[in-house]
Design a protein around this ligand. Structure first.
Ligand code: KIV
Length: 273
């Protein structure tokens, strides 16, 4: 790290300021120190230590087997490589089933170096969101396709297509903002719904498969490098940025950051109508 330019630390306030200026920020998942170093040095503002590690690193067919110990291990690796990005960590499956448990699990990840924790779900998380926020832990709510609920959802498919479900999603997003959430992540929702939610909220909205109008974009790092494991179907919203690079991984991360910042990515071919 010593030979590199040290990036100024990005905080939750930086992300809010970017939204308030009408600009966009870029996010990628990271699971280890060297990817953390390359991603943060490329100017990507937010890294997610995602429980997607269960699928792309561990070879599981869902995120459900990921444990708190797994998350702490990878969180520590990412913290060591970080060059100024904000780091968000997923609370894994069944680590926030009660308010007290959410506090204990979030505190463990914050002690390991997370700046923000992410919880999958809607209005049922409002009390946990309030509790964590009041105790100094920034929360990102994750709505739309929530992979930890894959068995209830019945498959990895677009959420919020029917008008009633769409209205519920808008209402629940507002409830979570009101409860103190600092960020909202929307996964696999139609572009129009993502736009309505982004306009309805003051906090930044991060999209994945949610169209171009959200305040930020996120992708699983393996997907944006074209190395999605063969056991996983490559989703429509994925773009491989490696072919755009003339200097390997750093160039791919810089190309992704530039495409998100300028609004060029995602294009119409990556979105759900
Ligand atoms: O775990 C993860 O990588 C995620 C992204 C798909 C947003 O939650």
């Amino acid at each position: 790290m010593s030979s590199q330019v040290q990036n100024k630390a990005i905080t939750i306030s930086t992300l809010q300021d970017i939204k308030d200026r009408g600009e966009k920020f870029a996010c990628l998942t990271a699971y280890d120190a060297i990817f953390s170093e390359l991603i943060s040095t490329a100017g990507i503002e937010l890294m997610l230590v995602g429980d997607s590690l269960g699928m792309v690193l561990q070879g599981h067919d869902s995120t459900l087997p990921v444990t708190m110990d797994d998350m702490v291990y990878h969180m520590n690796c990412v913290r060591r490589g970080n060059n100024g990005a904000a780091i968000m960590a997923d609370l894994p499956f069944m680590s926030y089933a009660s308010e007290q448990q959410s506090l204990e699990s979030a505190a463990t990840l914050m002690r390991a170096g997370a700046h923000i924790v992410k919880l999958e779900g809607g209005a049922w998380l409002s009390e946990s969101t309030r509790l964590l926020t009041e105790r100094g832990i920034p929360v990102c709510a994750h709505m739309g396709l929530t992979p930890q609920s894959i068995n209830r959802l019945g498959g990895y498919r677009v959420q919020g297509r029917d008008p009633e479900q769409a209205h519920t999603m808008i209402d629940e997003a507002k409830i979570l903002e009101e409860a103190g959430a600092s960020l909202l992540l929307l996964e696999c929702v139609p572009t129009g719904l993502a736009e309505d939610i982004t306009k309805a909220l003051k906090i930044p909205v991060i999209g994945i498969g949610a169209g171009p109008t959200t305040d930020a974009q996120i992708m699983v790092v393996h997907d944006m490098l074209g190395i999605t494991p063969s056991s996983i179907r490559v989703p429509k919203f994925v773009k491989n940025f490696l072919p755009e690079s003339t200097n390997g991984l750093p160039g791919a991360f810089e190309a992704y950051a530039a495409a998100v910042h300028s609004g060029v990515f995602p294009g119409p071919e990556h979105t759900f109508k």
